[in-house]
Design a protein around this ligand. Sequence first.
Ligand code: SF4
Length: 443
Amino acid sequence: MNKPIPLQAIPIATVEAAGCGETPVIRERGQREVFCGLTGIIWLHRKIQDAFFLVVGSRTCAHLIQSAAGVMIFAEPRFATAIIDDRDLAGLADANEELDRVVNRLLERRPDIKMLFLVGSCPSEVIKLDLSRAAERLTRQFAPRVAVLNYSGSGIETTFTQGEDACLTALVPSLPVLPATAPAELLIVGTLADIVEDQFLRLFKAMGIDRVAAFPPRRSTALPAVGPNTRFLLAQPFLGETARALESRGATRIAAPFPLGIEGTTLWLKAAADAWGIDPSCFEQTIASARDRGQQAVDRQKSHLEGKTIFFFPDSQLEVPLARFLSRECGMTLAEVGSPYLHKQHLSEELALLPAGTQLSEGQDVERQLDRCRDAQPDMVVCGLGLANPLESEGITTKWSIELVFSPIQGFDQAADLVELFTRPLRRRALLQAPSLPTEVTS
Ligand code: SF4
């Protein structure tokens, strides 16, 4: 759920220089308004098509998952909540028995499930359960038909997109070994919509990189191999632990900005092309038509954003790449770019591209940040659902950050859609403020 976590509000703790050397960072540790890591199940269950996510939690967790994902269920759901409630307080043995009973019933009914994630949550009954032991026990019982893994989506340990990081980190030890004698392979790391992933695979193949795999894969039975000859490109900026786990298996990260917008996509693809020694003219020839088509589409739309000011509240960790895109390609002014966590190493190429002096913030003290936001009077605010309604009621136009995670926004062909996601709230407000309302207003 969108959960305020009351920690003792402390004054702005530190202001220090970031990657570009001059950018000040406000670090705050106070009350925050963010989703927990269970949210990642919404996009992960769509990506790994034979996996099932069983939240071990409370009715609150069940409500979050159901309400966030309910509208997207078209067939048999691939997530559920095993509610470990008060009656299990009688003893951990009961809770373990209950969990085993739920898993047995689920796997009997659903032979299509090949991988089961037990996802931990906040309630104290759940924290007392050792889910890694439960996963081992159930793996022994169901091997080799089903692999059972576990990770935490608890709001105490994870925010919003960190659920994906925890899930992929749990998956890394299961990846087969890529022998040291094997040719180099490129691994795209981070959930992308299939349509976007296919576009990237086509571009890599066309420039001569044909040993490419994606992680997570679409099927749990097609896990990519990893080893010292794996070079990986992060497709999402919130995968710090996953990157570390891959590096511990010998893989090497290719440093790059993230593939948002024309510039970000070009630099992301170029980083891999350079690592593979692809001739610059071959690279240019390969991407030219998709890049130019994307650029023209962006150019047609960006006038709606030029000169407008935007303020990012911390939510998804996509904030820095989005801010870079909106300032450099759409002419927006950045009032403040907040992120739950600024991974200096993974963001260094992004930070170097931000305008000098951009106000960055890490973590949150929501009341202080709201004050800064009101002072800045931005034309648009990117924030979580919990802040959007109050800000809208104050007359501030908002964009839900969750929509930017759910939508296919990476790559050349999606760059104009990304612009559109930001122009739509401005158009909606203009329509609502117009003297006579049209009959239909879309969000
Ligand atoms: Fe709420 Fe924690 Fe469950 Fe998330 S994991 S829905 S924060 S109780």
